[in-house]
Design a protein around this ligand. Structure first.
Ligand code: SAM
Length: 247
């Protein structure tokens, strides 16, 4: 895919599997609304989402980031110029609405439905919690929330457990490296619940295996994940996951 080859060389923290995941998520077109990104940095994820979206629908990507240094989180430079140059250079500038402000400022007066919410801003617990609680209500039923650093960072991991896994309002968990994506539902189905319990169990095994450095079976993971694939967008995402753990 030419677009992915263009996106990956951009500066950023996402793995190739994660870039591909966002590119696929950007294409989701089973519900209405725009795409909202919290945390763009120099635009690697923005370009992945916008490139995917451009292939399928007209929805814009609202890219929220103050682009100011935030030393406590390790961001020491102003990234606005690099971000603007990267979206222009990759040909997605007309797809992207840059919002040079915090997610809290952007949420004031926001009134558009959101089909896909991508959270990758300040990773401290209180900030992720704020991002989630301000923006989740705008996500339409059937829409998707994807969060980064859900395996290695405490803030996103805790919000994921408290606000997603324990809430009963999301199902169809998909994991690609450090991204976890879920679908918002009116009510979880029994099969959906069972599938998610299995995915979570697999996630636990995966995390434990990574921590302990015990070799874990990629072929078992691959087969299990194939069994779990039922929803239209899931096979693609899970294939990306299996491909990435197979690296
Ligand atoms: C991990 S980086 C994002 C990486 C980016 N998604 C990529 O693909 O390269 C986190 C970004 O979140 C931004 N950020 C920090 N606090 C924020 C807030 N309250 N609202 C929006 N963005 C924020 C930072 O400026 C930084 O650029």
């Amino acid at each position: 895919m030419k677009e992915l080859e263009d996106v990956y060389p951009l500066p950023g923290m996402l793995t190739f599997g994660e870039v591909e995941c966002l590119y696929r998520l950007g294409q989701i077109n089973h519900c209405n609304g725009v795409i909202v990104e919290i945390g763009s940095w120099k635009g690697r994820s923005t370009v992945a989402l916008a490139s995917g979206a451009s292939r399928v629908h007209d929805a814009k990507v609202y890219a929220i980031d103050p682009h100011k240094p935030l030393p406590v989180e390790g961001y020491t430079e102003d990234t606005e110029a690099a971000f603007m140059a990267n979206i222009k250079r990759t040909g997605v500038a007309d797809r992207v609405v840059p919002m040079i402000m915090t997610s809290e400022q952007a949420a004031r007066g926001w009134n558009q439905p959101v089909r896909l919410l991508w959270i990758d801003g300040d990773h401290r617990y209180e900030s992720v919690k704020l991002d989630f609680t301000l923006w989740e209500p705008h996500v339409v039923v059937g829409g998707i929330i994807a969060m980064h650093d859900t395996i290695r960072k405490k803030g996103p991991k805790r919000v994921l457990w408290e606000n997603v896994f324990l809430s009963g309002r999301f199902q169809g968990i998909a994991i690609v490296d450090n991204i976890t994506a879920v679908r918002k539902v009116e009510k979880r189905s029994l099969t959906g619940k069972l599938r998610d319990y299995l995915t979570l169990a697999l996630r636990g095994v995966y995390i434990a295996a990574r921590k302990s450095r015990v070799p874990y079976s990629k072929s078992v993971g691959r087969s299990l994940l194939k069994i779990l694939t039922h929803q239209s967008w899931m096979p693609v995402i899970l294939l990306v996951f299996t491909a990435s753990i197979a690296r």
